[in-house]
Design a protein around this ligand. Structure first.
Ligand code: UDP
Length: 245
């Protein structure tokens, strides 16, 4: 498999279909594999946070989640075939899973959301099996029980929606003991699948300022702030690469 490096982060060079094939290979092999869908925001964070970069570079599969990563790869002279976003890979795996009888476990998001997301997946992809689901706000004391439950459910694919990089760290920490072939961080995908919007705190709603909360807490705003820093660092790296090929 060929890979490129963006700010020290490995990104695997493959299409969505090839990514699905690789995951099918992981399931056939049976040993634990971590899947990361890397966006510009997390790539920049990992550039500054060695521990996160290690987790990414040790993963079995890292896909280019978004136009920022695809742009960076091109700027660095190592173009990628296409972007493979978390939600696209999730849906493609659900589709493949429905044909192959894979079981999915969904862990993350607010209470009830993962279960609704699971329901939505089984409606869209009949044949897909749901091994279980759990919300993502458990107390540390409840973690051993969750791990035991996931392990007992024996899913082929564990989807972890705790937001990045929390989910990447969680998977790296627990993957080996879970003995699940594939664990993948899916960010806010359960919210998207379940069709839930995050509400502002009540006091902001009362002040009719929920719109402001949406803008400030929204992904677009956070990404908008991270993106210029990411781009500057990539342009710098491209310049260094040209000077010291
Ligand atoms: N979340 C969770 N537990 C936590 C923190 C976050 O389950 O302790 C969930 C949150 O409810 C949401 C997701 O993680 O469903 C994070 O979504 P976001 O869109 O912020 O993540 P991104 O896609 O940017 O990684």
């Amino acid at each position: 498999m060929s890979s490129v490096y963006i700010l020290g982060n490995r990104v695997d060079s493959l299409t969505l279909a090839e990514a699905v094939d690789r995951v099918a290979g992981f399931i056939a092999a049976g040993t634990p594999h971590q899947v990361v869908t890397l966006n510009a925001e997390i790539a920049y964070r990992a550039y500054r946070e060695a521990r996160l970069q290690e987790v990414i570079n040790r993963a079995a599969l890292v896909t280019a989640d978004g136009a920022g990563i695809v742009w960076a790869a091109r700027k660095l002279g190592t173009p990628l075939p296409q972007r493979v976003t978390g939600i696209d890979l999730l849906e493609a795996l659900a589709e493949a899973g429905s044909r192959q009888g894979w079981r999915f476990y969904l862990y993350g998001a607010a209470p009830g959301v993962a279960a609704r997301a699971a329901k939505r997946l089984t409606v869209t992809y009949p044949g897909l099996k749901i091994a279980g689901s759990s919300h993502g706000y458990l107390a540390a004391a409840d973690m051993p029980q969750l791990l035991a439950e996931i392990k007992a459910a024996r899913p082929q694919v564990l989807l972890v929606g705790l937001g990045a990089p929390k989910q990447e760290y969680w998977i790296a920490e627990h993957l080996q003991e879970l003995e699940i072939p594939v664990a993948m961080g899916v960010g806010g995908s359960f919210d998207v699948l379940a069709g839930v919007a995050k509400r502002a705190p009540l006091w902001l709603q009362r002040l009719n300022l929920e719109w402001l909360y949406r803008i400030i807490t929204g992904k677009r705003f956070k990404r908008a702030l991270a993106l210029p820093r990411f781009m500057l660092a990539v342009l710098q790296e491209a310049r260094d690469k040209r000077q010291n090929p």
